[in-house]
Design a protein around this ligand. Structure first.
Ligand SMILES: NC(=O)c1ccc[n+]([C@@H]2O[C@H](COP(=O)([O-])OP(=O)(O)OC[C@H]3O[C@@H](n4cnc5c(N)ncnc54)[C@H](O)[C@@H]3O)[C@@H](O)[C@H]2O)c1
Length: 438
């Protein structure tokens, strides 16, 4: 394919040289004449493992050349990868100035060129930037409709600076945010033959995936370093701890606990986080990440209360009360905390949890409920229907099959889904459905 790469920084010059080495005919573009001259001399404008040799090779073979002229590059290509910088503005917001400018120039050249150009944004940008900001610019300057007259895709870059050439040929994944299938096909064809899974998703999802990755990577490093500092203060070798931590592929290095859902609770996580943070503070070790896990959890729980408030309704039903499905353990249950916050705000609450009712019937947890939660005990309903009949809003915090089967569709009480119900994807389109964080 004939490819133009706009922006010859770390991302652009690696993409340009690697695509050229895969057999594509590539024109690189940069506003910086020095970078353009370097490329045309067969030299890489950045320092990276293998990029020097690769650039020399593909420039010598004629597969890669560079120019400062966007128009010339668009005329000579059918797909354009935009790799310009998106730095932080002084207030922390994303600076899209370079993206906007280059998009205007591409749009004008596309209008002149005719034919279907596919414009692929590789720069990191917040969800919504492509569809709400850049597509309108392209449509204005190119004079057509995105997805019809020209293609648009977002294809974030997941390569590590330093080893990005190696990573390019063995990527962790390829993500294609496609406006339409044809746009996605063009991007997929660009990388054909490379290993790794290819994910074709809506444009805003592709934009968000890059942020999920980078936020998580930063969080991982911050977590490991804070834990290291605490271990050091307590006289424990943090690397020995992490070696064992990392060997656990069931709960630690796995997909466990990584899907948005309800707040955590129970008899261990809150207590152990509290005492770890306390120990760190006593040792004068600053652990802002660990110290903010419980406040973050509490804020998440508050989102459920805020959603109830947003409905403006007063009669509320809650399904689920114990901290984990299939148990009657109410100690530090986040659903108990939620019920208490709603009760405190004067909502007319009815609660159903089959396990809690059963244990109350058998007397097992009766004392705990009746002495520690007497205000909630009187709100417990023995049947699912009793709650549905009472409620104008239902909070669903359990996957109990009897509850799932009874939940209405489209009519009846507003449903606030705390746990991502099995049919949440379909329900998201229904009126009266609210997901807690989806
Ligand atoms: N550096 C990385 O490892 C990495 C990894 C993944 C994603 N990203 C993202 O990729 C994007 C680019 O990052 P980078 O590190 O390569 O940036 P960079 O600053 O190294 O390079 C950007 C290049 O774009 C050029 N440019 C600016 N405006 C232009 C225009 N109108 N026309 C042509 N060229 C123009 C600049 O002169 C510069 O050479 C950013 O959004 C970044 O967040 C970077």
């Amino acid at each position: 394919m004939r490819v133009s790469v706009l922006g010859l920084g770390y991302v652009g010059c690696v993409s340009a040289a690697c695509l050229a080495s895969m057999g594509h005919e590539v024109i690189g573009v940069d506003v910086n004449q020095v970078k353009v001259d370097l490329v045309n001399d067969g030299k890489a404008p950045v320092v990276e493992e293998r990029i020097g040799e690769l650039t020399a090779e593909v420039v010598r073979s004629g597969a890669l050349r560079a120019t400062t002229d966007v128009r010339e590059a668009i005329m000579g290509s059918e797909v354009s990868l935009i790799c310009v910088g998106t730095p932080s503005a002084p207030n922390g917001s994303l600076c899209t100035t370079y993206l906007e400018r280059v998009t205007e120039e591409i749009g004008a050249a596309v209008a002149e060129r005719g034919g279907r150009q596919t414009v692929v944004f590789r720069s990191t940008m917040l969800p919504g930037t492509c569809l709400n900001l850049l597509v309108p610019i392209l449509e204005k300057h190119a004079g057509g409709t995105a997805g019809v007259d020209f293609g648009v895709a977002v294809n974030p870059e997941f390569l590590r600076e330093g080893t990005s050439v190696r990573d390019f040929f063995d990527p962790p994944k390829t993500v294609i945010g496609q406006l339409d299938a044809e746009s996605g096909d063009v991007v997929a064809a660009l990388y054909e033959g490379l290993p790794g899974e290819v994910f074709r998703v809506p444009v805003p999802a592709a934009e968000a995936i890059k942020y999920a990755d980078n936020a998580f990577h930063g969080l991982k490093i911050g977590f490991a370093n804070e834990l290291g500092a605490v271990c050091q203060a307590l006289g424990v070798d943090s690397h020995q701890v992490m070696d064992v931590f990392l060997a656990d592929r069931k709960l630690n290095i796995s997909s466990a606990y990584l899907r948005p859902g309800f707040a955590f609770g129970g008899s261990c996580l809150p207590k152990d986080l509290r005492s770890l943070v306390h120990a760190a503070q006593r040792a004068d070790v600053s652990v802002p990440i660990l110290a903010h896990v419980l406040p973050s959890n509490s804020d998440h729980l508050q989102r459920a209360v805020d959603l109830v408030e947003r409905t403006g309704k007063r009669r509320v039903g809650l399904f689920g009360l114990s901290f984990k499905p299939g148990t009657d353990d109410l100690r530090e249950s986040p659903l108990v905390e939620l019920a208490e916050r709603l009760f405190g705000k004067g909502y007319e609450l009815k609660i159903h949890d089959a396990n809690v009712s059963l244990s109350r019937l058998m007397g097992a947890n009766r004392e705990y409920i009746e002495t520690r939660l007497p205000h909630l005990a009187q709100l417990l309903a023995d049947s699912v229907d009793e709650v549905i009949e009472h409620a104008e809003v239902c909070l669903v915090g359990t996957k109990d099959p009897a509850v799932l089967a009874a939940l209405p569709h489209g009519e009846g009480p507003v449903l606030i889904d705390l746990i991502r119900l099995p049919d949440a994807e379909a329900r998201r389109a229904e009126p009266g459905y609210m997901g807690l964080a989806w």
